[in-house]
Design a protein around this ligand. Structure first.
Ligand SMILES: Cc1cc2nc3c(=O)[nH]c(=O)nc-3n(C[C@H](O)[C@H](O)[C@H](O)COP(=O)(O)O)c2cc1C
Length: 167
């Protein structure tokens, strides 16, 4: 089983999440940061996981482009889609649904909001200003959801067995 985790990160949280996911997935797992490397040939992968983070309501443009460019291939793979963000509950779910094409969300084996982090050491002046004003947060904080990361990888690891319907 060969898995590709392809992601975009602005301040490193999605990269941390992708690395944590990798630990729980079986087989060979390759991590690719789409901002640094391009992936053109997806044919050798059995599973593909795509993840990005939400900034001002939007996932990274490169994730959108990747999903559109490889739409048909992704639809026919064992697919996982996730976002990192600081919103929770319904707002996070809306952001997840806006981030990926509807057809991919429907065909994916696992989809999830895996939490997020505010890292003030990595933000520029304007980002700090926005986060302080909108989220009323003054210091770095992590809400990375480690249980959700584990659940997501368990869903990805599940093997479909047609005989399960007969027991
Ligand atoms: C300037 C800025 C804008 C953000 N906007 C949103 C947002 O609209 N919705 C949200 O849920 N989280 C938002 N966040 C939180 C990020 O999604 C969170 O910090 C995430 O963990 C970033 O992941 P990354 O480090 O991989 O980019 C924002 C963060 C920053 C710094």
């Amino acid at each position: 089983m060969k898995t590709l985790i392809t992601y975009c990160t602005t301040h490193g949280c999605t990269e941390k999440t992708a690395t944590e996911l990798k630990q729980f997935l079986g087989g060979e797992v390759l991590l690719i940061n789409l901002k640094k490397e391009a992936v053109n040939d997806l044919s050798s992968f059995d599973r593909i996981i795509v993840g990005g983070s939400i900034h001002a309501g939007q996932i990274q443009k490169k994730i959108k482009e990747f999903c559109n460019e490889h739409y048909e291939t992704l639809k026919n793979k064992e697919l996982g889609l996730f976002i990192c963000c600081m919103e929770e509950g319904e707002k996070a779910e809306i952001q997840l649904h806006d981030a990926f094409p509807e057809g991919l969300l429907l065909s994916a084996k696992a989809t999830a909001c895996l939490g997020g982090e505010f890292d003030f050491n990595k933000m520029n002046f304007f980002q700090k200003l926005i986060v302080k004003k909108v989220s009323k947060v003054e210091n770095s904080v992590s809400h990375l959801n480690h249980d959700a990361i584990k659940r997501f990888s368990q869903q990805m690891n599940q093997i479909f067995n047609p005989f399960m319907f007969f027991v």
